[in-house]
Ligand binder design. Structure first.
Ligand SMILES: [Zn+2]
Length: 137
């Protein structure tokens, strides 16, 4: 099965999903993340596009947005786990999220993640685009 066939099949499945993806899985793109308005999609060619931002047409994701979207795709669709950007040798564990890819939020501030405690709310780490590592140089 090629990537495109796999993604086409996942699009088909997402179209029947009962969550937000059911409304977004149209026009041959796989919805990977909903930014409360704009939606990130993976195309069968492996491109990440962002649509529904304004009234304008979909645009290609910036590199940082692409990293984030591929990490979400790997989470949402286990068969796409291989798309998650691999940690390069010249990288270090992210100092903000300690490699978790998420940071806890309390009263609108980012706070350290307490071990063994699921925070009530979190955001995907803005420093490493949720990958858990940053390139050191
Ligand atoms: Zn981080």
């Amino acid at each position: 099965m090629t990537n495109a066939e796999l993604i086409d099949r996942l699009i088909e499945e997402a179209a029947h999903a009962l969550d937000w993806r059911g409304n977004c899985a149209t026009s041959g793109r796989l919805p990977v993340f909903n930014l409360w308005g704009p939606v990130m999609y993976l195309t069968p060619d492996g491109e990440v596009v962002i649509d529904h931002e304004d009234d304008g047409p979909a645009r290609l994701a910036e590199p940082a947005e692409r990293d984030f979207a591929l990490a979400r795709a790997a989470e949402q669709y286990p068969e796409l786990a291989y798309l998650k950007p691999p940690k390069p040798p010249n990288s270090a564990t992210c100092s903000l999220c300690c490699g978790r890819g998420r940071v806890a939020v309390s009263q609108w501030a980012i706070v350290p993640w307490q071990d063994g405690q699921e925070p009530r709310s979190f955001v995907y780490c803005p420093k490493c685009n949720s990958l858990g590592w940053t390139v050191t140089g």
